[in-house]
Write a protein that binds this ligand. Structure first.
Ligand code: RDL
Ligand code: RDL
Ligand code: RDL
Length: 155
């Protein structure tokens, strides 16, 4: 049985974990889910590390939200590097779902980006966990995007 960590923040303005969990359960109704909520993105790396090392998760999806100021963007760079270090230390996937507040002009569009990105990356994580390194190979080079429609390949 696969155990999936779902780490999210109180900073985010959309409950992305809800959509990620829905997508995980659509793929594997028996998946065990461990949720861990922290204040903000810089707290996600330790949550991901604990989900893997202490709570026995096979992989983690993190759901972060980045404000529009330079300070926020710098916070994201360090948080993202932290998540990468967790992956390298644990040899487990930590799929980093991030929505940037300045990606869209309206709150409704941001919400749609957040939901789509959370769902699609939850599926990506499940494929990697259930089927391994070649799970996504059929879509290699296909211009897939999360949060917006796919852009497709350049022929
Ligand atoms: O450890 C407590 C906080 O430092 C931590 O939660 C930070 O991630 C909070 N935070 C910032 O300090 C910031 O400048 C966040 C952002 N920007 C941000 O854009 N998104 C966050 N947290 O989730
Ligand atoms: O872990 C899930 C994603 O965070 C990860 O796959 C990222 O590499 C996806 N990604 C971005 O989030 C982004 O802002 C990519 C790009 N830009 C990019 O330019 N090229 C990518 N991925 O391959
Ligand atoms: O060109 C428009 C977008 O593709 C570009 O802005 C991407 O960087 C958007 N994006 C993020 O900002 C991000 O944090 C994406 C991801 N994560 C992601 O995981 N997958 C994407 N885009 O397709």
């Amino acid at each position: 049985m696969v155990r999936v960590g779902v780490a999210d923040t109180t900073f985010a303005r959309v409950d992305m974990a809800r959509y990620a969990i829905e997508a995980i359960q659509e793929i594997d109704p028996n998946a065990e889910i461990v949720r861990y909520t922290v204040p903000g993105i810089k707290d996600l790396p330790v949550a991901a590390l604990r989900l893997i090392e202490e709570f026995g998760c096979d992989g983690v999806i993190t759901l972060g939200w980045v404000g529009s100021s330079l300070t926020d963007k710098l916070s994201y760079v360090v948080a993202s590097m932290g998540l990468i270090l967790v992956q390298l230390k644990t040899r487990r996937h930590v799929i980093d779902v991030t929505v940037h507040e300045d990606e869209a002009s309206s709150p409704e569009e941001l919400r749609q980006i957040a939901i789509d990105r959370a769902r699609k990356h939850a599926r990506n994580l499940m494929m990697l966990l259930l089927e391994g390194p070649e799970a996504l190979t059929p879509w290699a080079g296909k211009g897939l995007r999360q949060g917006r429609p796919d852009v497709g390949p350049i022929e």
